[in-house]
Design a protein around this ligand. Structure first.
Ligand code: HEM
Ligand code: HEM
Length: 122
């Protein structure tokens, strides 16, 4: 689980950095929220979670960890992909995907927090 998370985090890092560079070159700053969330919720958060699972291996073995893994990695691309498409096409309807993705991600993060409260012991 930890190794998978770290590899996926590195993938988000690459995508977010490419977007940041393209944004800088083309002055397309309206995409900064997509860039920020791919970096912080994709790269930074998933890398930290991967390292937490190395420090507390029991936390990586639970059903809650598996649920969080899938909800995070479905919710984030749906949320930011829809936001990206909305900004690109100016079609407001894509906001539905952003809302659904953020709710999926939010539930995933809640399950992650419950998992840590249960599994991380001094
Ligand atoms: C080659 C690397 C990067 C480039 C070229 C880049 C480029 C940019 C650009 C052009 C903006 C928009 C600035 C604006 O709207 O005024 C931005 C915003 C932002 N970037 Fe990056 N970025 C890079 C790396 C990172 C990394 C590694 C992170 C976090 C781990 C990050 C986090 C953010 C955040 C949070 C914002 C939004 C800031 C705000 O709303 O004021 N960026 N970046
Ligand atoms: C379901 C989860 C989340 C939702 C729905 C959400 C939603 C939002 C919204 C609506 C904005 C304002 C965007 C704008 O002004 O264009 C924003 C900005 C921001 N969020 Fe989030 N957020 C979430 C999670 C996070 C997390 C976990 C982090 C950090 C680890 C984060 C970091 C930021 C930053 C740095 C900004 C300002 C950068 C920018 O958009 O220009 N967000 N978020």
């Amino acid at each position: 689980m930890a190794a998978r998370l770290l590899k996926i985090a590195a993938f988000y890092f690459v995508i977010a950095i490419i977007l940041g560079i393209v944004m800088g070159i083309t002055k397309a700053f309206s995409y900064s929220s997509v860039h920020a969330h791919l970096n912080l919720v994709g790269w930074v958060s998933l890398a930290i979670i991967g390292l937490i699972y190395i420090a507390f291996p029991a936390a990586a073995q639970t059903k809650l960890a598996t649920w969080h893994f899938w909800l995070h990695n479905i919710g984030l691309p749906v949320m930011q992909g829809s936001l990206f498409l909305m900004l690109l096409t100016q079609v407001e309807g894509f906001v539905v995907g952003t809302i659904i993705g953020s709710l999926i991600l939010g539930v995933g993060i809640l399950l992650f927090a419950i998992n840590l409260w249960q599994q991380v012991k001094p």
